[in-house]
Design a protein around this ligand. Structure first.
Ligand code: SF4
Ligand code: SF4
Ligand code: SF4
Ligand code: FES
Length: 958
């Protein structure tokens, strides 16, 4: 009788995690469930469905509607089944005349204050109130509709994605609880009492003006049409759905793409999504409109020079044109004169094919990816210390953490669904340490307990991490047993000698970091004495001249305190783009074949040579910055860029623009005419995640299926275009489905050996390594040993602090650091073409009131920002959360020119740019910078060139 767990079913209350089982009787059926389960859930698990309204299984039971009343032998009254836990031997009755009458009475009261417009209601057929009226057999409403009611309450349509129609509200408070329990924002309350009680956003504000971050959890939780997606109001209820993976950030949330015919109506977070468990953020939930935006490139285009209009051509002509140019350039300038860039937004299969094209068809290793400019130090630093270039935990592991150290990351904005999970753990009592120049939002988590902010100066991470480790070692907090059994003791002794030196003491580095020694010591003790302490870090660690050193310092700290290899601990890079983990895994770097196998490793290379039927270059190829330098030197002449906007995202924009302008052939494959495409000679239409099959790998190494929801606008998925280009170059590629590409990946990549589409269908998702040693994948890494050296022991690394050469001085007295905002994504190409613009339609420069006052600056003033690299203009926001001497901006809008001012400085080991430290001066100005004026002129000219081509819609190639 016990049903299988059905992820689509609402069991009414959350599952109990107890291992102890309890047996009871419900309607004469013997049921056995974990202790702590509610009677409602226990019944639902055995397919006995008790009516409910205020209960839903992702929220704690509240017990307000009483429609779920049951009778329990030996107990008085009719207790609510959602708030009553099971007891051994309990005898429960869920259906009899008395209960039926009680439920009908309750429903009558609800319905008497509810508009009876079911036939025209957007929730018709998808409304729990309607269903429950049917379930309890409601046939009449004796109270009439004439009394006091809320039928004329006003609608709040301020949010661009959903409407709040108060006339339909039954005040069940599911939305309020979703906002606090699931999202952790606490934007909603029930205002007033009794008949006057109503849902209120913020301080009785419009949703858009409140703290609401538009995650959609309340809309999801609402059992009526009160909170409803505008797309459903406009298009009607969806008819079918396809489960796929969000293409925005590295959390990798699973969604049901709900469709009407071939039109996407809404994206609903999948309850059984292993990374998100039914939660979402504003990007994945609502910002999908870019896929059908009028700016989509719908047909291939070519031109001889970037000063010419585009000519729309067939796929065959465009591919032939590109292949001929590549071959001619190689014939004239040599094999190394061309290269390519893989995309961290495309699927694993597509990324794998691009690097294969470069290595096998171009015949060199000139392949790189956006990880160069974000997490390449993670790859290097973790490989050196832990032996594997990836985070060690699942996201869920944070729920077992007692102390959470966040370094240079802003999870509530950049990894929002994980940010909500972390907030939940913080509300439960875990302590928080934030090492960041800014007071990030995590520090204002409602109901946050013990929290420490170490507001260090930009560029001093290594000094800070070393100081924390110094305290751990010199105050005797090391986990000696862990170190002796799991670490290379020689490397440890060397590191220990280094770290105990007084130059790393918090007192000695206070002048460097700007953070008081006392605070640093207290934070180190807190971290070291927690039962489970975890470290989460982001681009605020990696995008520095010493990014790799900090990553190794983080690994040292985790190893020294024994915080690796179990739940609740670990080293967790929060990777930015949806598939940046995957693009690194798939061999996008110039020195590594898929699975981080070095190109100089003759055994690995031989396997690829055999499978690919070509001889491979054993020398690492060019990194992105080397490609730019070589282009300017005339040695590098052509590039294939798939799904990456290097002209906007890479530092020192003028340098990048000059390098791209110097190329003889730039082939860009993208969904829009992005900044890079303005320098292209061949523009190939890209396909969005909705238009393709494949897989993404998220920040916890989880491989998730991407499933095709609609046909590609130009007829081809991205991988098909790469296949065509390879064939046109004379290197045969033939696949009929991305599953075949994954089979090839699995055969050549030891950590993917047991990954296949069949297994992904069976298990939902798999975390690599997934091979014979770990057939079900590896949620937590390094539980027994580390994949490093002969003995599998982790290696401490000496991490000397070397200050960046980018220093503030009297000419450039402020330090600029950059970051992201929740509503926009990376270069903004997608989110800027959605209603997310309502939250952030321009990049702003934030500065401390003291710095503002000194310069006579007020919020809203235009500011000229000048660095050693360039000059741009942004509007000002005076913000207390900044520290004096530090200014901050985002880089989501190309015309802002945030990267015009960032410099060419980069990480010593990986060339990851030092985006997070640029010395600048700011002053009030009255007009845009010269670069911004040129940008605007070029933008208009390039769009004119695009419009000048025949209507792409009319000529779309099928
Ligand atoms: S959309 Fe999210 S943040 Fe906004 S009110 Fe609803 S649950 Fe809260
Ligand atoms: S808006 Fe929906 S979820 Fe919130 S109280 Fe009203 S009916 Fe319940
Ligand atoms: S958290 Fe990331 S993966 Fe999840 S919905 Fe938001 S953008 Fe998408
Ligand atoms: S569902 Fe149990 S009281 Fe509302």
């Amino acid at each position: 009788m016990l049903q299988h767990f059905d992820p689509n079913k609402d069991y009414g209350t959350p599952a109990s995690l107890s291992e102890k089982l309890v047996t009871l009787e419900i309607d004469g059926v013997e049921v056995t469930v974990p202790e702590g389960t509610s009677v409602m859930r226990a019944a639902a698990m055995y397919d006995i469905n008790i009516p409910k309204l205020c209960a839903t299984d992702n929220l704690e039971a509240f017990g307000s509607c009483r429609i779920c009343a049951v009778q329990i032998e030996g107990r008085r009254g009719t207790p609510a089944s959602c708030t009553t836990p099971v007891d051994a031997g309990m005898k429960v009755t869920t259906q009899n005349d008395k209960l039926a009458k009680l439920r009908r009475n309750i429903m009558e009261l609800y319905i008497s204050d509810h508009p009876l417009d079911c036939l025209t209601c957007p929730a018709n057929g998808d409304c729990e109130l309607q269903n429950m009226a049917g379930a309890v057999g409601l046939r009449e409403v004796r109270y009439g509709f004439e009394g006091n009611n809320h039928l004329h309450a006003e609608k709040d349509q301020s949010n661009p994605y959903f409407t709040f129609d108060a006339s339909k509200c039954i005040v069940c408070s599911r939305c309020v609880r979703a906002c606090s329990e699931v999202q952790g924002t606490f934007a909603l309350t029930i205002d007033g009492r009794g008949f006057d009680s109503k849902v209120a956003a913020g301080q009785n504000e419009q949703f858009l003006d409140s703290e609401c971050v538009s995650c959609g959890a309340c809309v999801q939780a609402c059992p009526t049409a009160t909170l409803m997606e505008n797309s459903v109001i406009d298009m009607g209820t969806p008819e079918h759905s396809v489960t796929t993976t969000c293409a925005y950030c590295g959390v990798g949330c699973s969604f049901k793409a709900e469709m009407k015919g071939d039109q996407l109506v809404r994206m609903v977070p999948a309850k059984d999504g292993d990374a998100n468990h039914g939660h979402s953020c504003v990007k994945g939930r609502f910002a999908f409109g870019y896929a059908t935006h009028k700016d989509r490139i719908k047909a291939p285009m070519i031109r001889d020079s970037i000063d010419q209009p585009w000519k729309e051509v067939s796929w065959e002509e465009a591919i032939g044109f590109a292949a001929k140019r590549l071959k001619d350039i190689q014939a004239q300038y040599g094999r190394e004169s061309i290269g390519g860039i893989t995309s961290s937004r495309c699927t694993n299969e597509e990324t794998y094919l691009v690097q294969k094209l470069i290595r096998a068809a171009f015949g060199n290793n000139n392949t790189d990816t956006c990880a160069r400019v974000c997490h390449s130090p993670t790859g290097y630093g973790l490989k050196q210390t832990l032996g594997e270039s990836a985070g060690t935990q699942t996201f869920d592991s944070v729920m077992f953490s007692d102390c959470i150290l966040v370094i240079g990351a802003n999870p509530t904005d950049a990894h929002p669904v994980f940010g909500s999970l972390m907030r939940r753990r913080l509300r439960e009592g875990a302590s928080l340490i934030v090492t960041d120049p800014r007071e990030i939002d995590l520090l204002s988590t409602p109901h946050l307990g013990d929290a420490t902010h170490l507001p260090l100066r930009p560029g001093t991470n290594v000094a800070m991490v070393n100081a924390l480790a110094h305290v751990v070692v010199t105050e005797g907090y090391e986990d000696k047993e862990f170190i002796a059994s799991r670490c290379d003791t020689k490397a440890y002794s060397k590191w220990r000698e280094f770290i105990i030196d007084e130059r790393h003491a918090p007192e000695a580095v206070e002048a460097i970091t700007g953070v008081s020694a006392e605070k640093v010591r207290a934070a180190a003790r807190k971290f070291a004495t927690a039962k489970n302490a975890s470290i989460y870090y982001g681009l605020g660690v990696t995008e520095h001249s010493q990014g790799s050193t900090t990553v190794m310092g983080i690994a040292n700290l985790a190893l020294a305190t024994g915080n690796i290899g179990r739940e609740g601990v670990g080293v967790n890079p929060l990777r930015g783009q949806n598939n940046v983990q995957g693009s690194c895994d798939m061999g996008s770097f110039p020195h590594e074949l898929p699975g981080y196998q070095h190109v100089a490793d003759s055994v690995a290379r031989a396997r690829f040579e055999k499978a690919w039927g070509v001889e491979l270059d054993d020398e690492p190829g060019l990194r992105i910055p080397n490609m730019f330098d070589a282009a300017l030197a005339g040695e590098f002449r052509a590039m294939y860029v798939q799904g990456e906007d290097i002209a906007q995202s890479d530092p020192n924009t003028q340098h990048v623009e000059a390098a791209l302008s110097a190329l003889d052939c730039l082939i860009v494959q993208d969904i829009f005419l992005n900044e890079t495409a303005k320098y292209a000679h061949v523009l190939l239409p890209g396909s969005t995640f909705l238009e393709k099959n494949g897989t993404f790998t998220n920040a916890e190494r989880r491989i998730n299926r991407v499933r095709k929801v609609m046909a590609p606008v130009a007829g081809k998925e991205d991988w098909e275009v790469t296949v065509d280009l390879a064939n046109a170059l004379g290197y045969p590629m033939s696949y009929s489905h991305p599953s075949e590409i994954m089979d090839e990946i699995a055969s050549l990549t030891p950590s993917f050996a047991n990954v296949s589409y069949e297994r992904l269908e069976e298990h939902g998702s798999l975390q690599w390594p997934c091979n014979d040693a770990f057939p079900m994948g590896s949620p937590i890494m390094h539980t027994e040993s580390f994949p490093i050296g002969d003995e599998g022991k982790a290696k401490f690394a000496v991490t000397e602090f070397v200050p960046t050469t980018e220093r503030a001085n009297s000419r450039f007295p402020l330090l600029l650091t950059t970051g992201r905002i929740l509503s926009q994504y990376n270069v903004g190409a997608q989110t800027r073409r959605t209603d997310n613009q309502a939250w952030h339609d321009e990049d702003i420069l934030e500065l401390h009131p003291h710095d503002a006052e000194e310069r006579g600056i007020k919020t809203g003033d235009w500011l000229g920002i000048t660095s050693r690299a360039g000059h741009t203009v942004l509007r000002a926001r005076v913000a207390e959360r900044m520290q004096p001497g530090v200014v901050y901006t985002t880089f989501h809008h190309p015309g802002s020119g945030a990267n015009v001012i960032t410099t060419n400085n980069s990480d010593w080991a990986t060339n990851c740019p030092e985006y997070k430290v640029t010395a600048v001066q700011v002053e009030k100005v009255s007009q845009p910078s010269q670069w911004q004026k040129n940008f605007q002129d070029n933008h208009e000219r390039q769009y004119e060139f695009l419009r000048g081509s025949a209507s792409s819609e009319a000529k779309a190639i099928k």
